[in-house]
Design a protein around this ligand. Structure first.
Ligand SMILES: *[C@@H]1O[C@H](CO)[C@@H](O)[C@H](O)[C@H]1NC(C)=O
Ligand SMILES: *[C@@H]1O[C@H](CO)[C@@H](O)[C@H](O)[C@H]1NC(C)=O
Ligand SMILES: *[C@@H]1O[C@H](CO)[C@@H](O)[C@H](O)[C@H]1NC(C)=O
Length: 975
C-alpha cells in the first residue's frame, strides 16, 4: 500500500476538528500572521491556531501514540510502555476508555480494582513527562467488543445507541460523568498532563447534507449532551473530535464546503484556523481473523514509518497520534468479531513489548519534531520537483514566517517508487539561494524513504544554515549547541554553521574525508562518506555530531526534567544502548537507565561538570574523550532465563452439559421464556434465545432445548460474529458443528438425528454450545448473539435453558479481571481457570495426548517461574493443534483468557502474555480448554517461549498478586 495521495487507509485515517473553539483571543502578539488564536473560552492554558497547539503559551509539535490500558491490564506494564514512548521523543500519548470494561451492568461502575484505575496513566505520564490525549468514548470503536459499549447496552432496550434517545443518554451518564470527573484531577489547567479531551469517536454525523450544510439535529443534541457533561464534571481543557474520514467534515467550527484533494487542502477547507491534527494516523494495522500473524509488518514497517510520517509533516501537520503505538492483546472477550486475539497492530512497540526498526524510525522523526521549534509555525511555500535537480524527487517547502527557518521534505515524485535517487536541492537561506550540497556529493533517497532537510535551523542562539543530513536532535550543553545529524551509511553530509570561522574534526575517526570551507558567513563542512559517529567543533562554540543510520537508531536524548517539551538545555545525549529510558543526577553521578541485551559501549554528551556515569544504578568506569564526551563499557548482567516445561497436566470433562441426565436446575441456568424482544432483529422462532437479554454476554454460551418423543432433525440458525463456531449434541451424541468462517457471523445448519440416540417415549435434550466472538461495531452492536431460530423436524421444543458467565451480568465474582474476563463454560463458571482451585481429584493427562470424540476437555497445570529482578523478560505461549482442524482452544493464564486459538479460521499461534498476568516470582496456573468439533477428537501442544530477556531498569518482576485473585467457594453454585 504505497500510495500517498490516494488515501487507502479509510477508517484508520481520521482528521480532527476542535469542537468548542470559542472566541478569538484578544492578543495577537505571538502569531506572525492574520490567523486568530483560539482558546475554549474557559481559560487560556491550552490555545491553538492555524499553526499548532500551545500549552501554557508554548507551542508544541504533538507527536503522540495510542495505547489501551484495558488491552494490557497491568498498571506496572503501563510504566514500561510509557517510558518507551517517552524515550522515542514523543510529546504525548493517547488512550481510549472502554465503558464495557468498567461497567458490568447498568448499576455498576468500577474505576478502582486492578487496572480499572486508569488514573495511574496520568500519574505515570506526569512522572515521565508526556502530555495526554484522553478519549473516553462513550463509543470508541477500537475494534473492541461492541466498540467499547457495555454488552448490557446491546439488547435493544436502550434504542439504536449513539443518538439523543433519553434511554441511551441516561445509560451513559454514570460512566461518562465519572470518567470526566476522574480525568479532571489531571488536566494541564491543574498542573497535570491531560491537554485535550475527545468526546465520542469517528462520529461523522453532524450533517444530513454536507454540501448544503443541513444539520442532523439529533446528532448535534447528543454531542452537546456530551459536551455539557464533560464541562459539568470539571473538564476545562479543549474538547476535540476524531472524524472518521475526509468526507464527513463533522464538528469543526471552521467548516466551509468544497473539494478535497489531499490532507493539506482538506485541512484548509475544514479547519483552517486550527492545527492540522490527525488524532489517529496509521501506526499499523489490526489482525483480522484469517489474516497473517502480526498484521502486515512487511508493508507497514520501518520504511512506512519513515515515508508516511514525514509526508504528514510536508502537509503542515503539527499534531499526530499514531494508532497504535502499542496494540496489545484482545484478552478475555475484548475483541470485536473482526479481530483475532492479537491486537499487535504492527505497532512501533510490538504486542510482546519489543522495540525494533519501526520503533527506531519513528523515534528518529519524533526526536526531531520535539526540538524543531520553528516547525510549529510554518506556511507551505511550494511543492514540486523543481526544488531538486532530479525530476524523480520532489520537495515541499515549509517556512516559518517570522524566523524564516525552512523545512524541505523530499520524497520520490512518484511516492510508491523505491528507486535509489541522487539529487541536489535548491534552497533559499539567510546567506542566499543555494543548491546543496555545494561542494561535493549529493543527497540520496534510497528506497522507500523521505528526508527532511532544514535551512536556518535554530540551535540555541546559533544557526545551522543548511544540512544535507537530517537533524536528529540537538541540545544546549553548558549553554553551547550540540547538534546531531544523520544520514545513510556511506552517504555524504554537507552542512553550514553560521558565524563560525574555523572548524575541525575532533573525534578520532580514521579514513573520514572531512573538508572545511571557511566562507563569508560561516564554515561549510563536507564529509564524503559518513560512518559511525564523528564529532566536529566550530570556533563559535557549536559542536556537530554526525551519525550514520544504525548509530542514530541507538541515539537518545533523555531529559533531566519531566517537562513533556524536554527543554534542550536539560537534555543529555546518549549513544549505544538499545533503549535509554531516563537520566537523572544521583549522588554526583549522571545516572542513566535503560535496557541492554549485551555488553554495550556507551557514549554520553553532557555538561562538563559530569565526570561519572552510572547505568541502572551501577557506577561505570568512565573515561572522558579528548573531545569532551564520556565513554564507558556496560557489562550486561546475566539475563538468561530458564523456563519450565509445561507438563504434569490434569484433565476434566469440560462439557458435562451435553449429557441428557446433566442437572441444569442450578444457579448457572436461566429459563429462556421471552416471547418478545426489544431487539430490532425479530427471532425466527420462539422463545427468544438471544443471550444478552438474559444477562449473558461473553464468549461461551450453552443452550439446552428439551423435547418429547421423536424428531428426525433440527434446523438451527446461530449468530455469534465472524469466525465464531458452534456444535450441537443430542442426548450426548454429536449431531453437527459449524466450524466457523471469517466472513460469516451466522452459521445455519440442518442437522439429522439419524446417528444419535433418541428417547422416543421420553425427554430428549439438545445441547448447543456457542463461542461468540463479540458484538459488532457501530450501529450493528445491537445485532443479537445466540440462536435466531431452532426448528425441530417432527416435534416441538418444550422449553429452553441458557447458561453463560457465572451469575450473568448481575453477579460480579471477579471484579479485578472484570466483566469481559470469562464466558459460560463449566470450567469458567466453576473457576477451574483460577489459581487456588483444587484439581487433586482430577486424572492426569496431557493436551498433547488429547482425546477422541467430540467434546470439550479442560486441562490444567501449574508452573513455577523465577525471573531475576534486573531483567525485563517477555514470554509467549505457542500452541499447535498437531494437524487437528476442527478444534477451538482457549488458553487461560492465572485466570485470564489470553488466547483464542482457532486453526480452522485463524493463523495466530503465538500468544504473548505480559508479566503481572504471569507471576514471575512463583506459581502460575495454566488452563487449556480444548473443544473438538468433530468425532476425531483433538490434540494440542503447548510451549512457553522467551520473546526477549534483557537487562533493564524496568523490572518485569513486581508484586502483582493483586491482579490474580484466586478461586472462591461461591463458584460451586454455578455447576
Ligand atoms: C494580527 O496581526 C496581523 C499582522 O501580523 C494583522 O494583520 C492582523 O489583523 C492581526 N489580527 C488580530 C486579530 O488582531
Ligand atoms: C437496568 O437493568 C435492569 C435489568 O435489565 C432493568 O430491569 C432496569 O430497568 C435497568 N435500569 C435502567 C435505569 O435502565
Ligand atoms: C436529518 O435526518 C434525520 C434522519 O433522517 C431526520 O429525522 C431529521 O429531521 C433531518 N434533519 C433535517 C434538519 O433535515
Amino acid at each position: 500500500m504505497w500510495a500517498l495521495r490516494g488515501l487507502s487507509w479509510l477508517s484508520l485515517l481520521s482528521t480532527l476538528t476542535i469542537l468548542s473553539g470559542g472566541g478569538v483571543a484578544a492578543q495577537n502578539n505571538t502569531t506572525p500572521s492574520q490567523w486568530p488564536v483560539h482558546d475554549n473560552g474557559l481559560n487560556d492554558v491550552v490555545q491553538w491556531d492555524h499553526y499548532s497547539f500551545k500549552i501554557n503559551g508554548k507551542r508544541l509539535f504533538v507527536f503522540s501514540g495510542e495505547l489501551h490500558y484495558w488491552r494490557v491490564p497491568v498498571p506496572e506494564v503501563w510504566e514500561d510502555l510509557l517510558e518507551k514512548i517517552k524515550a522515542a521523543g514523543f510529546t504525548a500519548f493517547a488512550f481510549y476508555g472502554n465503558w464495557a470494561y468498567h461497567s458490568a451492568n447498568n448499576g455498576t461502575l468500577d474505576f478502582t480494582t486492578g487496572s480499572h484505575d486508569f488514573t495511574k496513566l496520568f500519574e505515570i505520564a506526569h512522572r515521565v513527562g508526556l502530555y495526554v490525549i484522553t478519549r473516553p468514548g462513550p463509543y470508541v470503536n477500537a475494534e473492541a467488543n461492541a466498540g467499547g459499549f457495555p454488552l448490557w447496552l446491546t439488547t435493544g432496550a436502550y434504542g439504536a445507541l449513539r443518538n439523543d434517545d433519553p434511554r441511551y443518554l441516561q445509560a451513559l451518564d454514570p460512566y461518562f460523568s465519572k470518567f470526566s470527573e476522574l480525568t479532571s484531577e489531571h488536566l494541564v489547567t491543574k498542573g497535570g498532563n491531560a491537554f485535550v479531551y475527545q468526546i465520542e469517536n469517528e462520529y461523522g454525523e453532524q450533517w444530513n447534507d454536507t454540501t448544503k450544510k443541513i444539520p442532523n439535529d439529533a446528532a448535534g443534541r447528543y454531542m452537546a449532551a456530551l459536551e455539557d457533561s464533560a464541562r459539568a464534571n470539571g473538564i476545562d481543557i479543549p474538547l476535540i473530535h476524531n472524524d472518521p474520514n475526509m468526507n464527513t467534515k463533522s464538528w469543526s467550527k471552521d467548516f466551509a464546503p468544497g473539494a478535497v484533494i489531499d490532507y493539506y487542502d482538506h485541512f484548509k477547507e475544514v479547519s483552517p484556523t486550527q492545527p492540522s491534527f490527525f488524532p489517529e494516523f496509521q501506526g499499523g494495522s489490526y489482525n483480522p481473523w484469517g489474516g497473517p500473524e502480526g498484521g502486515c509488518p512487511g508493508d507497514i514497517g520501518a520504511d512506512f514509518a519513515n515515508l508516511f510520517y514525514r509526508n504528514l509533516i510536508s502537509q503542515r501537520v503539527t499534531a499526530v497520534s499514531l494508532y497504535m503505538v502499542f496494540g496489545g492483546t484482545n484478552w478475555g472477550a475484548l475483541a470485536a468479531p473482526v479481530t483475532a486475539t492479537s491486537y499487535d497492530y504492527s505497532s512501533p512497540i510490538s504486542e510482546n513489548r519489543k522495540i525494533g526498526s519501526k520503533y527506531y524510525e519513528t523515534k528518529n522523526l519524533a526526536m526531531f519534531t520535539r526540538v524543531a521549534e520553528d516547525l510549529t509555525v510554518t506556511d507551505r511555500i511550494g511543492n514540486s520537483s523543481s526544488y531538486t535537480t532530479n525530476s524523480a524527487v520532489e520537495a515541499s517547502e515549509l517556512r516559518n514566517p517570522s524566523t524564516k527557518a525552512a523545512f524541505y521534505i523530499t520524497i520520490h515524485s512518484y511516492s510508491p517508487s523505491g528507486t535509489k535517487e541522487s539529487f541536489k536541492l535548491h534552497v533559499s537561506t539567510s546567506i542566499g539561494n543555494l543548491t546543496i550540497p555545494r561542494h561535493a556529493g549529493s543527497i540520496v533517497l534510497d528506497g522507500h524513504q523521505s528526508k527532511i532537510l532544514v535551512t536556518d535551523f535554530a540551535i540555541g542562539n546559533h544557526t545551522l544554515t543548511y544540512s544535507t543530513g537530517e537533524v536528529l536532535t540537538y541540545a544546549l550543553i553548558d549553554g553551547k549547541p550540540v547538534v546531531v545529524l544523520s544520514n545513510g551509511v556511506g552517504e555524504s553530509v554537507e552542512f553550514h554553521v553560521k558565524g563560525a570561522k574555523t572548524g575541525s574534526l575532533i573525534s578520532n575517526h580514521a579514513g573520514l574525508n572531512a573538508t572545511f570551507y571557511s566562507e563569508a558567513h560561516g564554515v561549510t563542512t563536507n564529509i564524503a562518506q559518513i560512518s559511525g559517529l564523528s564529532v566536529y567543533q566550530f570556533d563559535n562554540g557549536v559542536k556537530v555530531i554526525v551519525t550514520d543510520k544504525p548509530t542514530a537508531y541507538l541515539f537518545w536524548a533523555p531529559n533531566l526534567t519531566n517537562d513533556p517539551l524536554a527543554p534542550v538545555d536539560q537534555s543529555v545525549l546518549v549513544q549505544g544502548p538499545y533503549l535509554v529510558r531516563s537520566v537523572s543526577k544521583e549522588d554526583g553521578v549522571l545516572a542513566i537507565k535503560g535496557d541492554i541485551a549485551n555488553t554495550t559501549a556507551i557514549e554520553v554528551f553532557a555538561a562538563e561538570c559530569e565526570e561519572t556515569l552510572s547505568w541502572n544504578g551501577k557506577v561505570l568506569q568512565t573515561k572522558r574523550t579528548p573531545y569532551g564526551s564520556l565513554k564507558a563499557s556496560i557489562v550486561a548482567s546475566n539475563s538468561t532465563i530458564q523456563l519450565p516445561a509445561l507438563d504434569n497436566w490434569k484433565v476434566s470433562d469440560g462439557l458435562p452439559e451435553k449429557l441428557r441426565n446433566y442437572n441444569d436446575s442450578g444457579a448457572a441456568w436461566v429459563t429462556a421464556d421471552h416471547t418478545t424482544t426489544p431487539n430490532p432483529t425479530e427471532p425466527d422462532t420462539l422463545p427468544v434465545l438471544y443471550v444478552d437479554e438474559y444477562g449473558f454476554h461473553n464468549s461461551f454460551h450453552l443452550f439446552r432445548g428439551y423435547f418429547e418423543g421423536s424428531a428426525t432433525g433440527v434446523k438451527l440458525a446461530v449468530q455469534g460474529g465472524l469466525a465464531f463456531g458452534w456444535s450441537a449434541w443430542l442426548n450426548g451424541d454429536l449431531v453437527g458443528s459449524f466450524l466457523g468462517n471469517t466472513s460469516l457471523e451466522t452459521g445455519n445448519h440442518t442437522l439429522s438425528f439419524a446417528n444419535a440416540t433418541l428417547f422416543e417415549n421420553s425427554t430428549n435434550v439438545l445441547l448447543v454450545a456457542q463461542d461468540n466472538t463479540g458484538h459488532d461495531l457501530r450501529a450493528d452492536a445491537v445485532k443479537p448473539r445466540g440462536i435466531l431460530g431452532a426448528t425441530l423436524q417432527g416435534a416441538d421444543f418444550t422449553s429452553w435453558k441458557i447458561a453463560g458467565e457465572a451469575g450473568g451480568e448481575s453477579v460480579q465474582l471477579d471484579p479485578v479481571r472484570g466483566p469481559l474476563s470469562e464466558g459460560g463454560l463449566t470450567a469458567e463458571r466453576l473457576g477451574w481457570h483460577l489459581p487456588g482451585f483444587d484439581d487433586s481429584a482430577w486424572n492426569s493427562s496431557s493436551p498433547s495426548t488429547g482425546f477422541e470424540g467430540a467434546g470439550i476437555y479442560f486441562y490444567r497445570t501449574t508452573i513455577p517461574l523465577n525471573i531475576p529482578k534486573a531483567v525485563d523478560a517477555s514470554l509467549a505461549f505457542v500452541l499447535d493443534a498437531s494437524g487437528s482442524q476442527a478444534v477451538r482452544v482457549q488458553l487461560f493464564v492465572n485466570g485470564y483468557q489470553y488466547a483464542r486459538f482457532n486453526p480452522f479460521v485463524g493463523n495466530e499461534k503465538k500468544f504473548p502474555v505480559p508479566p503481572g498476568i504471569l507471576n514471575y516470582a512463583g506459581d502460575n496456573v495454566i488452563g487449556l480448554s480444548v473443544w473438538a468439533q468433530s468425532e476425531e477428537g483433538a490434540k494440542v501442544d503447548v510451549q512457553l517461549v522467551t520473546e526477549y530477556a534483557v537487562e533493564s531498569s524496568w523490572s518485569s518482576r513486581f508484586d502483582s498478586e493483586y491482579l490474580r485473585p484466586g478461586w472462591t467457594q461461591d463458584r460451586l453454585a454455578y455447576a
